[in-house]
Design a protein. Structure first.
Lengths: 302, 466
């Protein structure tokens, strides 16, 4: 059953790559440049721009619904999310707990978080080009997950707390997914000047703001994840904080995003500096995630 | 003095200092993660031995890192200094910002000039075929439906206008989150300097006092463990009975995730293993009788070792038995070897093998190896700081939710009569923000789409007729 279910992960890799190919084709095509028609009497101006009809500008807007490529790009992402959700569901029914007990399960859950948050941002902010950066990360993580031991082993005693395991790691995967999306926006921001002008990229300031929005999702979720972790540590190990390497790595991640939001709000840090901080933030996320391989300490079971 | 205080205060509430301290904290935390941390001990010899064990890894940097306190980073003056600076910076920033937040929430600037509607970051214009009052009423109803309050601009003549905002208390979330950080830092301090943590290694069937004026005695009735096919433990559970003054006050099976809590003391399952039951006597007085956990292994893995320092002797007794599964050990199964050391000099005073039940003399002590036992490792802990940690954490999450989900949004509205109706202008000085941009466009769109299609002349006529 489990071996058959693993084909779902392979299928997800293929589906993610197809979504990426559609995204690339979409970027190369100009069919998504249809300008929204409006009958509105209202005119809106943002920044130094002239007054324009109230609908959002086409460059920051979603490609027209009629674009089949656009439909397929979103469709493949939704399909990938469904496939991965099915795999996680099957695995949960076999193990009896959330998919968070070893590196394979967490890598799969990490990708699930990335796909979910990416879809959310794509729908809400109508920026499809984020996928060009986010989906390769998801694909690499899935390939990595397939290369790991996928066997089911009993939970070690420290992890035998289904509620906190689900909540603590559940918040982590959504936070990490949002961090990946902010990373995608930051990378696009940094590459914006060197990318061909014909690509339907959003304005740099929009990318800057989307990166910030994703960090605004990341930071509170990271906070809740760390708080839940300390509640769990207090129950299982008798102390809420012990400077365990994994705990400390999570704290470093939290501090980096905290510093980013701090300088953003009070110093109005935008542009390249902010983008680089988001890149560093995602590097610290990966550091905390992969750290299990070399940290040791109380989290070294995974 | 006042000037000095003012100067220090200005530095402390500087946002640059705040950012620098957060980044310094992140860098130190990263160092603490990457560089091995020495176990907390006051024993200089043990610390020196630990330094030697990491010297191959850090080479010539070993003494430098040790001098800087990097090997004991979390208790180093550098880290504690940065932590204190962070707390002071947070307090100064919050106290400095609160009056600004209060003024913005309670005494907003209601009137703005015409130029504001030409230069603000977000501006909208809309001509509606409605009278001044109708436009004002319609726009106001749309804004109120979007949870905006309306403060009329009384200075205008021939025009209508107002200041609107929503979630004006949202920015106080930053003050709550910052205060929460201070509470969390205080919690760390309370945890470090109050309460206690006591390791209790108790053999099955035996008891131990928790101490620290709790009056609690823990007895291990039984211990069970289970393993998977790889030999990894899947469960270990101690059946504990806790008494005070001979009365049973608590009884529970204790697992890793199921501690026993009694009167502010939590008893956690931490470890388990094999212990040697021994008796230590000196001149007829029993100095120790109980289980010595065999927690350590010799480098070659052939021997299990336990240690005890009988009170008042200045001696350390090592109990050595064959390790589990070691067939080539030089000690016969079911027997032990006692080694006695002088704690101060480290000198080995005596080595004596002992059969089970045999009494031997070593280093001036009378030692008896009773038998091998199973022991369970428990941690008894009281932590008054934990409650403050949960208060701080709750406030932190609450403050963040307020800050990020209830953003203070401000709009200025002006309505001017024009031929055929009214010109409605909306403006906001928000920084570039795609979420607000969408919200702003949505508001304008809603005002436009839901405006009644009534000509001002008809309305005016009706009003005059009335």
């Amino acid at each position: 059953m489990l071996e058959s279910a693993e084909y779902l992960v392979t299928a997800t890799v293929v589906t993610v790559l197809l979504a990426l190919l559609c995204g690339i084709a979409l970027a190369a095509s100009s069919r998504n440049r249809a300008v929204a028609q409006t009958r509105s009497r209202a005119k809106v101006s943002v920044g130094a721009g002239d007054f324009a009809p109230v609908q959002p500008k086409a460059e920051a807007a979603a490609p027209a619904r009629s674009s089949s490529l656009s439909w397929w790009a979103t469709g493949f992402q939704v399909a990938a999310l469904v496939l991965l959700t099915t795999y996680i569901g099957i695995r949960m029914s076999i193990t009896g707990h959330g998919p968070f007990s070893n590196q394979h399960e967490f890598a799969v859950a990490f990708v699930w978080g990335i796909l979910l948050v990416n879809l959310f941002f794509e729908m809400r902010f109508r920026i499809r080009m984020l996928s060009l950066v986010v989906l390769p990360v998801a694909a690499v993580l899935l390939v990595y997950a397939l290369g790991l031991d996928t066997g089911v082993k009993p939970l070690i005693p420290a992890l035998q707390n289904n509620l906190l395991l689900t909540l603590h790691v559940g918040f982590a995967i959504i936070a990490y997914g949002a961090a990946c999306v902010s990373f995608g926006a930051a990378v696009l921001y940094l590459l914006h000047p060197v990318l061909p002008k014909r690509l339907p990229l959003p304005r740099q300031d929009v990318l800057d703001d989307v990166g910030y929005r994703a960090a605004v999702v990341t930071f509170p979720l990271l906070t809740i994840m760390i708080v839940l972790g300390s509640v769990w540590a207090n129950t299982a190990w008798g102390r809420y904080w012990g400077w365990d390497p994994k705990e400390t790595a999570a704290l470093v991640t939290w501090l980096v995003y905290g510093a980013f939001l701090h300088v953003r709000v009070v110093r109005n840090w935008r542009g390249r500096q902010a983008a680089w901080m988001l890149v560093i933030g995602f590097v610290t996320v990966l550091f905390a995630y992969f750290g299990n391989h070399f940290f040791g300490g109380l989290h070294s079971y995974a | 003095m006042r000037e000095l205080f003012g100067w220090v205060y200005r530095i402390l509430y500087s946002k640059v200092l705040g950012a620098v301290v957060i980044i310094a904290m992140a860098v130190l935390a990263l160092l603490g993660t990457l560089i091995a941390q020495a176990p907390a001990t006051s024993d200089a010899a043990a610390h020196a031995a630990w330094l030697e064990s990491v010297r191959p890894r850090y080479g010539g940097w070993t003494p430098v890192l040790d001098y800087l306190g990097i090997f004991q980073l979390w208790s180093s003056p550098l880290f504690l200094g940065v932590t204190v600076l962070l707390a002071l910076s947070i307090i100064a920033c919050t106290t400095h910002r609160l009056p600004q937040l209060w003024a913005r929430a309670t005494k907003p600037r209601v009137h703005v000039t015409e130029k504001f509607f030409e230069r603000a970051q977000y501006r909208a214009e809309l001509e509606l075929p409605l009278s001044l009052d109708q436009t004002a009423e319609h726009t106001g109803s749309v804004l109120r439906a979007a949870h905006y309050r309306i403060l009329p601009d009384e200075t205008l003549t021939g025009q209508r206008g107002w200041y609107s905002d929503r979630f004006r208390w949202g920015p106080f979330g930053t003050a709550i989150a910052h205060a929460a950080m201070v509470v969390i830092l205080i919690a760390f301090g309370v945890s470090a300097f109050t309460g206690f943590e006591e390791n209790l290694d108790i053999a099955v069937g035996e008891s131990a006092e928790v101490g620290h004026d709790t009056g609690l005695v823990v007895t291990v009735d039984s211990f069970k463990d289970a393993y998977d096919d790889m030999g990894r433990p899947t469960d270990y559970v101690s059946q504990l009975v806790v008494t005070r003054d001979g009365q049973v006050v608590a009884e529970q099976e204790v697992r890793v995730n199921e501690p026993l809590r009694i009167d502010g003391t939590a008893i956690h399952q931490a470890s388990f293993g094999i212990a040697a039951g021994i008796t230590v006597e000196q001149e007829g007085a029993t100095l120790f009788q109980g289980a010595v956990p065999l927690k350590w292994q010799s480098n070659d893995g052939r021997y299990a070792i336990g240690k005890i320092q009988p009170a008042g002797t200045g001696l350390e007794v090592l109990v050595v038995t064959p390790a589990s599964g070691a067939t080539d050990a030089g000690i016969a199964a079911g027997s032990a070897v006692f080694e006695v050391y002088n704690v101060a000099s480290g000198e080995k005073l005596d080595v004596m093998p002992a059969e089970q039940g045999e009494q031997v003399e070593a280093g001036g002590l009378t030692l008896t190896f009773e038998r091998e036992l199973r022991y369970t490792g428990l941690i008894a802990r009281q932590d008054p700081g934990a409650m403050w940690m949960w208060v701080g954490s709750t406030l932190l999450v609450l403050g963040m939710c307020m800050t990020f989900m209830l953003r203070h949004r401000r709009l200025w509205v002006r309505i001017t009569p024009v031929d055929g109706g009214s010109r409605l202008q909306l403006a906001s000085a928000e920084k570039l923000d795609t979420t607000f941009e969408r919200h702003f466009r949505g508001l304008v769109e809603r005002i436009d789409a839901t405006a009644p299609e009534t000509s001002p002349s008809t309305d005016d006529k009706e009003l005059i007729d009335a």
